[in-house]
Design a protein around this ligand. Structure first.
Ligand SMILES: Nc1ncnc2c1ncn2[C@@H]1O[C@H](COP(=O)(O)OP(=O)(O)OP(=O)(O)O)[C@@H](O)[C@H]1O
Ligand SMILES: [Mg+2]
Length: 340
């Protein structure tokens, strides 16, 4: 800057001096302006940057808040899911426990049913044995008491009818009484034989079956063809059971089959005895026959079930087949049987 002495300077000098001072001031101002301009740009940039940073910061905060809220939600959902899972696991455990207890109950019931079935089998076996014994006793009683008395009565009537001095009416009445007594005697004998054929004990199954079938043919008019192999003597339980099967099967043929022909086949194969009774009747045409010829449960009477049970007691097999061409009962038992 120009420094002068105001007292000595001329007006020109002073003017020059003023001009110089003004120039210097302008120059300073200009410099200040330039400096301001130079600094103003970075400040604006800084401001802008700050603004961006603020915005970014706000977005960050927002994102953090959102993240927090999402995390809270996720946490809540996880907690709920865990509670649901616990609940489900509880239900599953309960269901498992119930299942286990039901299974154990079922097992107990099954065991009980097996015991009951075994008891039932023993009982029915015992009943069949008792029935046979009872029939044998009854047959013996009928034959030995009633049958003998009727025979004596017939003989007495034979004597009386020859007596002298009888009116014609009395003689006729006596003769009638004698025929009635003879008829009763025959019926009692037949009944006794049917209840327990003496031939069964004395001569064995083959003879007893032949005797029974011949009597049956005579009474029913049904022709029974027989093919009876020599099976020899068998344990009493087998002979009795097979004889009862023949009896019941022929009775069924007479009652249900509506036929005039039937056949019986008895054979010994290896260590088994086979028995077949066939007829050429209608074989259950209208009552509860299923495809394949097996009768529906409920259509069986006591007869078939009794036969089945008798054979089962001997560890044998029993089958009955109803077809359009007739009925066949087929039995197979081990020769030695069990000695019930
Ligand atoms: N030979 C047969 N031909 C046709 N139907 C038969 C024959 N045998 C049995 N049935 C049928 O099978 C059913 C069952 O026979 P089952 O012997 O068990 O009983 P039921 O003879 O009727 O009576 P019961 O108990 O007096 O023997 C008979 O009612 C009959 O309908
Ligand atoms: Mg029957």
């Amino acid at each position: 800057m120009i420094s002068r002495n105001a007292a000595t300077d001329s007006p020109v000098d002073r003017e020059r001096d003023i001009l110089a001072r003004e120039e210097w001031l302008r120059h300073r101002e200009h410099a200040a302006l330039r400096a301001r301009e130079t600094w103003a740009q970075p400040a604006a940039d800084v401001e802008q940057l700050m603004n961006r940073m603020r915005e970014a910061n706000q977005r960050l905060i927002l994102a953090a808040v959102q993240a927090q809220s999402l995390s809270d939600e996720a946490h809540a959902e996880t907690t709920q899911a865990r509670a649901d899972l616990d609940h489900l696991m509880g239900l599953l455990r309960e269901a498992n426990e119930r299942l286990a207890s039901a299974a154990s109950r079922a097992e107990t019931l099954a065991t009980l049913a097996r015991h009951r079935q075994e008891e039932y089998r023993q009982l029915s076996g015992r009943l069949l044995t008792l029935q046979d014994e009872e029939r044998r006793r009854l047959a013996l009683d009928l034959h030995d008491s009633t049958g003998q008395r009727l025979a004596a009565l017939t003989m007495n009537l034979d004597i009386v009818v020859e007596a002298e001095g009888l009116s014609a009416a009395s003689r006729r009445a006596l003769a009638e009484s004698r025929s009635l007594a003879a008829l009763c005697s025959r019926e009692v004998r037949t009944l006794a034989y049917l209840l327990h054929p003496p031939l069964l004990d004395e001569a064995g199954l083959r003879s007893a079956v032949r005797w029974y079938a011949e009597g049956f043919s005579k009474r029913s008019g049904i022709d029974v063809a027989m093919d009876l192999g020599d099976v020899g003597r068998l344990p009493g339980s087998i002979e009795r059971a097979l004889f009862r099967v023949v009896q019941e099967s022929l009775t069924n043929i007479h009652r249900h089959a509506e036929t005039t022909t039937a056949s019986i086949r008895l054979t010994a194969v290896a260590k088994r005895i086979l028995l077949e009774i066939r007829d050429q009747g209608h074989g259950l045409p209208d009552r509860g026959t299923r495809a394949g010829g097996t009768p529906r449960a409920g259509t069986l009477g006591v007869g078939i079930q009794g036969m089945r049970e008798r054979i089962r007691q001997l560890d044998g097999s029993f089958a009955v087949a109803f077809t359009g061409r007739g009925t066949m009962v087929r039995v197979s038992v081990p020769r030695e049987g069990n000695t019930v």
